[in-house]
Design a protein around this ligand. Structure first.
Ligand code: NAD
Length: 262
């Protein structure tokens, strides 16, 4: 355990942020929360519904989260209410992690041209537009700048078998990151997409043949393996620190190098 003096030297000491998307201890957002806490940051954590609260409440307690709030971005006003409560607790926010995605199975499996309009709207709203709304609600709380980070995937840029319509939505998300970085740059708010290689999580288990994607990625990656949620967490936490102060607008891969190989 570090002393108070050592803690004040940590890169995120005195920094406060919102971390969304923890469903269980396999979630990428959980690893981000661990990494942020290890660097001295204070956090508010969210859970989607009572079903996931059962798994996430003990994690929030173990992490020493200052707030543990329900957030369903598909429910009107839910995101804005969470951010208002963060403002009341923290005053200012220095970083926020958007680690949420959803697509109905019927729309995810199969050809993209068969996606229903309602399914497309819902996937786009939950997985992409919620990041824009998050930034808008946080802007008044980020008067001294900060970092906004979302999670993308290689399927945004290339056709990945079985990733279907989520590839289109992640492409929109990565584009949103660039436009948001441009709009918010003058305020010192930096915006990133982190693009992890495949990792077995609850969301990933909805993608058909995910195990073979894990195997083929490990084979082609220069590092000869896939990545862990802790590696994604460490990179994401770094993007919240002053060490990344000269960067914004990028999609940053953390995939053992797999994306550079055809
Ligand atoms: P996960 O299942 O642990 O996390 C997904 C989260 O999205 C869950 O916490 C879920 O509650 C949340 N969510 C879904 N709909 C929501 C809603 N309406 N309101 C609030 N929250 C909602 O899986 P994960 O792999 O950690 O996914 C996190 C992010 O990482 C996603 O954006 C995913 O696309 C991205 N990602 C995952 C991988 C991978 O291989 N696992 C690779 C690249 C990118």
């Amino acid at each position: 355990m570090s002393t108070t003096n050592e803690q004040t030297l940590l890169p995120l000491a005195g920094k406060k942020g919102l971390i969304t998307g923890v469903a269980n201890d396999k979630s990428i957002a959980f690893a981000v929360a661990k990494a942020v806490r290890a660097l001295g940051g204070e956090i508010a954590l969210t859970y989607q519904n009572e079903k996931t609260a059962k798994y996430t409440q003990p994690l929030a307690e173990a992490l020493g989260a200052k707030l543990f709030l329900k957030l369903d971005v598909a429910e009107p006003g839910s995101l804005e209410s969470v951010i208002e409560q963060c403002g009341q607790e923290f005053g200012e926010i220095d970083f926020a992690i958007h680690s949420m995605a959803f697509c109905n199975g019927d729309d995810l499996h199969g050809r993209v041209i068969d996606t229903s309009e309602a399914g497309f709207d819902s996937a786009m709203n939950i997985s992409c537009h919620s990041f824009l709304r998050m930034a808008k609600a946080l802007e008044p709380l980020m008067a001294h700048g900060g970092s906004l980070i979302t999670m993308s995937y290689l399927g945004a840029e290339r056709v990945v078998r079985n990733y279907g319509v989520m590839g289109i939505i992640k492409a929109a998300l990565e584009s949103a990151v660039r436009y948001m970085a441009y709009d918010l740059g003058p305020k010192g708010i930096r915006v990133f997409a982190v693009s992890p290689g495949p990792i077995m999580t609850r969301a990933a288990s909805g993608i058909a043949n995910f195990n073979s994607l894990l195997e083929s990625d490990a084979q082609k990656a220069p590092l000869g393996r896939t990545v862990t949620i802790d590696e994604v967490g460490a990179l994401t936490a770094f993007l919240c620190t002053a060490g990344s102060s000269g960067m914004t607008g990028q999609t940053i891969y953390v995939d053992a190098g797999a994306h550079i190989v055809a």
